[in-house]
Design a protein around this ligand. Structure first.
Ligand code: BGC
Length: 367
């Protein structure tokens, strides 16, 4: 009994010391836990590095992890952050399976910021920072409409397109697709644009699941493109492929280029993208990929750190270059306060200005 009493006293004293060291100090040496979803899409490594550097420069003890597109693994990483006493979490999740740890964090009084991807099905957090995802899709749709001159195409000789979307568990994939289709849908409906393969007109259509790409995996998109080429697209010439990001765009281009119909730069269809990955910027320069949408990870990371800093110090957030949106992003349980940054449309015309002049890539990296 006595031993137990002494032990409890000792524990109480330790707890007291931790408490006495103030709310500004976390229990085991961590202020901000940064959980990124994956590394197979290049941008997340840049996001993770920029977030870590930004948080540390602002005086916080921070750690970054990558979840390998595996929600179970990411939950473990977030659990570790909680155990280490993190006071705030910045999370780019994989799917709704993250909700259990987000709830646990909230119950511990830990602030959660959804980073780039909305955490759906949760009411256990209040803040989200991302780019205007609908606009990303609009850029993709508009690029196709302009490159194919759809306004002057008649339904008697329509242009052919195939549709791809991102991960069905990533809320952004819906926004990208709906943004693109807001531009392309009228042409599909007028008959100027013929959809080869499954033809959802909105992300809420049942056929969306047939064009979605599990966990944004390049091999899945490549296999689907190959399959289309030997089935639905066998007897047509594709003029465009709506690809939601650069990783998938290059996988699709690889499949296309292996088909004799599309084995030169001139015969490849117009393929869209997103992120401004190095290999895609090179492909745009070389005329293989038509466009990308640049979302500067330096700005998103800086915005997230500024938001984190404001929330931790109890001041009003002011995020450079971001627009506050309190209506659009609904988790299904609540609408979260969202800070939206502006994406940039990139083609062969302006890629140098966007990537080299801004210092995002060096001349050597793009060689
Ligand atoms: C991001 C994109 C990225 C994709 C795959 C999306 O949530 O917004 O930038 O290409 O995930 O990682």
């Amino acid at each position: 009994m006595k031993r137990i009493a002494l032990l409890s006293l000792a524990l109480l004293m330790v707890a007291g010391m931790v408490f006495a060291s103030g709310a500004a100090e976390s229990r085991a040496g961590l202020d901000i836990g940064i959980a990124m979803p994956e590394t197979h899409v290049e941008r997340w490594q840049r996001d993770g590095a920029a977030l870590l550097a930004g948080a540390q420069a602002a005086g916080y003890r921070a750690e970054v992890t990558y979840g390998d597109a595996d929600q179970g693994r990411q939950n473990q990483q977030i659990q570790d952050f909680i155990t280490k006493g993190a006071r705030l979490l910045i999370v780019g999740n994989i799917n709704e399976g993250v909700n259990s740890v987000v709830r646990e964090a909230a119950e511990d009084g830990i602030i959660v910021i959804a980073y780039d991807r909305l955490i759906t099905g949760s009411d256990a957090y209040d803040y989200y920072i991302t780019f205007d995802n609908f606009k990303v899709g609009e850029f993709q749709g508009r690029a196709i409409a302009e490159a194919l001159d759809l306004a002057n195409v008649s339904s008697s000789s329509p242009k052919n397109i195939t549709l791809f979307a991102g991960s069905p568990t990533d809320n952004n994939a819906n926004f990208f697709f709906d943004g693109a289709m807001s531009i392309l849908r009228p042409y599909v409906q007028s008959g100027a644009l013929n959809v080869v393969g499954p033809a959802p007109l909105r992300s809420s259509d049942a056929a969306f699941t047939r064009i979605a790409t599990e966990n944004w995996r390049a091999d899945v998109a490549k296999a689907r493109m190959e399959n289309l080429l030997s089935n639905d697209a066998r007897d047509v010439v594709l003029d465009a492929v709506l690809a939601p990001n650069d990783t998938l765009a290059r996988a699709i281009i690889e499949a296309l280029a292996a088909d004799a119909k599309y084995d030169t730069t001139d015969t490849l269809p117009v393929v869209t993208g997103q992120d401004g990955e190095i290999a895609s910027v090179q492909a745009i320069r070389d005329g293989r990929q038509y466009m990308t949408v640049f979302k500067d990870t330096r700005d998103l990371a800086a915005g997230a750190v500024a938001l984190a800093d404001a929330l931790l110090s109890g001041s009003a957030p002011s995020i450079a270059g971001a627009r506050l949106d309190t209506e659009t992003y609904d988790t299904g349980l609540k609408v979260v306060r969202s800070y939206l940054l502006e994406p940039v449309n990139v083609t062969a015309e302006n890629y140098r200005q966007v990537f080299i002049d801004s210092g995002y890539y060096t001349e050597a990296e793009l060689r």
